[in-house]
Design a protein around this ligand. Structure first.
Ligand code: 13P
Ligand code: SF4
Length: 301
């Protein structure tokens, strides 16, 4: 349990941002809960000296890039996204040499060093919009090959080159075509919302391809009463909380991101008290990565 009086006191100089996959106690304690894009937008408008970021490494790095004069804290350094580790900066430099003139668009699920090598960042919410806005036809896109497939499917005039060729999220590749078909048979009226980190065979069965926050928005706006949710199960809590009259079926109960769940009420409260796990970025790398992030924020409006 998170002590409410303690939380209130700590929030005087610290804003708490949390991703949609966080456990319910953390979501309820946070000032703002959202997807990667909305968390960046919120982080860009912080007016307190401290930010406690409840999410994985690349998200906290984005908040730090956007707030070089503030202190960004993590409940634990262990909350790391394995997909971000699939695209080190060196691989991007090699790909740029191989494809001169191509634009480099990096999914936000990458480390600052990698994003410093990119022209623009994107998230699952705006990847198609960002690539569409570029004048270059040839695009180096990484690290998620499934998101790259989603972009290529929507923008057939562009040449999308995934780097690496096989980057993936361990959680979202658990979903298979059969899972969707089984759920659809059990809940024929349900709308199917799928995250673009899922494999093409799963994306092809979706009614809507959505970021996590777009799923929440779609569920609110839709006349449907039931939804099959193809993403990490942590989102179900927010969907149910914000849509009391509607029913949500996780596509697969075991689709849990253990990295996101490294944040617990215990390390959350400890960090609020001790303020020792600071996100540190090299100044030059941070400036270059921030330019890529700023371009995304401008292009996505
Ligand atoms: P969203 O930006 O859609 O919340 O996705 C983040 C993520 O890590 C998905 O696995
Ligand atoms: Fe990374 Fe996948 Fe976890 Fe998202 S769900 S943080 S992409 S491992």
């Amino acid at each position: 349990m998170i002590d409410e009086n303690f939380l209130k006191e700590q929030k005087k100089d610290c804003i708490i941002l949390a991703h949609n996959y966080q456990i319910p106690e953390i979501q309820d304690a946070a000032d703002f809960v959202g997807d990667s894009l909305d968390l960046c937008k919120r982080a860009a408008a912080v007016d307190k000296p401290y930010i406690l970021f409840c999410g994985v490494d690349f998200m906290a790095e984005s908040a730090a890039m956007l707030n070089p004069e503030k202190t960004v804290l993590l409940p634990t350094y262990d909350a790391r996204c394995p997909m971000a580790a699939m695209l080190p900066a060196e691989k991007i430099r090699e790909a740029k040499e191989e494809h001169p003139g191509a634009a480099v668009v990096l999914y936000i699920n990458t480390w600052a060093e990698a994003r410093a090598e990119s022209d623009v960042t994107c998230t699952s919410a705006n990847a198609v919009k960002i690539v569409k806005a570029l004048s270059e036809k040839k695009i180096l896109f990484g690290p998620d090959a499934n998101l790259a497939w989603h972009v290529a499917r929507n923008l057939p005039d562009k040449e999308i080159i995934p780097i690496p060729s096989d980057g993936f999220c361990r959680v979202h590749v658990m979903f298979k075509r059969e899972h969707v078909l089984e759920q659809k048979e059990q809940h024929p009226e349900a709308e199917i919302l799928i995250h673009p980190e899922c494999k093409p065979e799963v994306q092809k069965l979706a009614d809507h391809i959505c970021s996590t926050q777009q799923m929440v928005n779609q569920a609110k706006a839709s006349d449907s009463k039931e939804f099959i949710i193809g993403t990490e199960t942590g989102l179900i809590y927010k969907l149910r909380k914000e849509n009391p009259g509607k029913t949500f079926y996780p596509l697969l109960e075991k689709a849990v991101c253990r990295n996101m769940k490294m944040i617990t009420p215990k390390n959350f409260q400890e960090e609020l008290k001790e303020r020792k796990n600071v996100v540190k970025l090299d100044e030059k790398i941070s400036e270059r990565a921030r330019a890529s992030l700023d371009r995304m924020l401008t292009l996505s409006g």
